[in-house]
Design a protein around this ligand. Structure first.
Ligand SMILES: *[C@@H]1O[C@H](CO)[C@@H](O)[C@H](O)[C@H]1NC(C)=O
Ligand SMILES: *[C@@H]1O[C@H](CO)[C@@H](O)[C@H](O)[C@H]1NC(C)=O
Ligand SMILES: *[C@@H]1O[C@H](CO)[C@@H](O)[C@H](O)[C@H]1NC(C)=O
Ligand SMILES: *[C@@H]1O[C@H](CO)[C@@H](O)[C@H](O)[C@H]1NC(C)=O
Length: 424
């Protein structure tokens, strides 16, 4: 110490001699030189960011501590956490480690949001020297269940509001989107994402029926989402691609009906008399086979009628019922002539599919071409007519010969006529 003081005074004297400097410079020089023997901070205390539940470590590096002591203080509460080698706080999550009296580490286990704030490293010099570091506690987003919408069932045409509240630190960003990634019609626009806690749909339609995701994120992993299923109720609706179907005797024909309903409807077919058609699928080759395919709220109903007989022509009704209502539609099955080819009645080389008939929405009437055959009515008349002409001709000849010719000639003519008739 005394050596230091001697050196300081020597320097001061040297400065005064060489420059005649003013008192202010002198003072600061003195302090600077004093400091070199005093404890000082080697570095600032870095800010640290820790996710809630993890461990935090604050470090304070001091040079020339000598006989001074280091303390950790919680600034906000003015709580002393540690002094020198001792932990003072009652908080069991706080502990201390140190190295050569140079590095002093404050450990906080499983940090809580309350631990967020400034921490001070102090040295008990006079005046006291200190440095501060900020402990940031971040919290991954959490959805506040009791303030967030759950699965919903609404009537078509009503207004729907889905709400999603989340908390976390920093405050989370919240958005809504459809789980399937499809666009949604909101406020007259088709959008992929709605920013914010509220998804408001005016005049909800069945197209809005989907699972939705509320996604909350704040840069602290993991992001979180909640799935909210929106179900839109409406009474059954029905459409029929072909209200008029044609089939010929012996054909297999398929009648089709499309329905939409939510909740799912009960669908069935009836005959003209109102009898429900029940197909027995286990019995191969049964007269009727009904089937239906469901895609979301849509159902495609099919009724196959095998080996159509004349009793099968008439009306068929498809019916869809749910708790909100009922609807039906009628398909008329008409007879059409069996199609023929120009080569004759070879059915196997005619396209049996009813596509052509269906695409017209009305059955095409295929007329049977007229063919003269030996059994045909018109050719029989022709034959009779010819025979009559020949008989008359023969009578005339015979009479003529009786009157004017010899007997032999008459016999000859009769013979020829007879042969001609046989040929016919
Ligand atoms: C430490 O964090 C505080 C509060 O967030 C901020 O004001 C300060 O600038 C930060 N210091 C450093 C060195 O990042
Ligand atoms: C939600 O639940 C919390 C407790 O979990 C309660 O403090 C709060 O009042 C509830 N809020 C609503 C809107 O019910
Ligand atoms: C739905 O919202 C629209 C516009 O916000 C409003 O005009 C309409 O009356 C609402 N309908 C119902 C059923 O509340
Ligand atoms: C019908 O036509 C198919 C080929 O087009 C032929 O194999 C078959 O023998 C024909 N049947 C009759 C009865 O003419």
């Amino acid at each position: 110490m005394t050596l230091n003081i001697i050196i300081i005074f020597s320097i001061i004297i040297i400065i005064q001699i060489s420059k005649g400097a003013d008192i202010h410079v002198l003072d600061s020089q003195t302090r600077l030189l004093e400091d070199s023997s005093m404890p000082k901070f080697a570095e600032t205390i870095p800010n640290i960011t820790v996710s809630v539940g993890k461990d935090a470590l604050l470090s304070c590096v001091v040079e020339n501590l000598n006989n001074y002591k280091v303390a950790w203080v919680r600034v906000a509460t003015q709580t002393i956490l540690s002094i020198h080698h001792n932990v003072i706080t009652q908080n069991p999550r706080v502990s201390l480690t140190y190295n050569d009296h140079r590095s002093w580490y404050l450990h906080i286990r499983e940090v809580e949001e309350d631990d967020r704030g400034w921490y001070m490293c102090q040295i008990n010099t006079d005046p006291m020297r200190s440095r501060k570091g900020y402990l940031q506690i971040v919290v991954p987003p959490v959805i506040i269940e009791n303030m967030t919408s759950n699965d919903m069932v609404v009537r078509e045409g009503s207004n729907v509001t889905l709400v999603c509240k989340a908390r976390g630190y920093p405050e989370p960003y919240v958005m809504w989107r459809r789980e399937d990634g499809e666009e949604m019609a909101v406020g007259g626009e088709d959008v992929n994402v709605v920013d914010g806690e509220i998804l408001h749909i005016t005049k909800v339609s069945r197209l809005h029926m989907a699972p939705y995701l509320c996604v909350a994120s704040n840069g602290v992993p993991p992001s979180i989402s909640k799935r909210v299923h929106l179900r839109v109720q409406f009474p059954p609706m029905l459409s029929i691609p072909n209200q008029l179907e044609g089939a010929y005797i012996g054909q297999d024909v398929i009648l089709e009906c499309h329905t939409e309903a939510y909740p799912a409807s009960i669908n069935y077919w009836t005959t003209e008399r109102g009898d429900m058609i029940i197909s027995d699928v286990s019995r191969a080759g049964d007269k009727y086979e009904t089937s239906s395919t469901t895609i979301g709220y849509s159902k495609y109903m099919k009724l196959q009628i095998r080996n159509v007989v004349s009793a099968d022509f008439g009306s068929y009704r498809c019916v869809a019922k749910n708790s909100l209502g009922e609807t039906d539609g009628i398909i008329k099955l008409d007879e059409i002539p069996m199609p023929t080819s120009t080569e004759g009645n070879n059915i196997s080389n005619i396209d049996l599919s009813t596509n052509l008939i269906r695409s017209d929405h009305k059955p095409t009437i295929v007329r049977k071409p007229k063919v003269f055959t030996t059994s045909g009515g018109e050719s029989i008349y022709k034959k009779h007519f010819c025979i009559a002409v020949y008989i008359s001709y023969i009578i005339v000849i015979v009479c003529y010969n009786i009157l004017f010719s010899s007997r032999n000639e008459i016999e000859l003519i009769a013979h020829v006529s007879h042969q001609m008739i046989n040929k016919l």
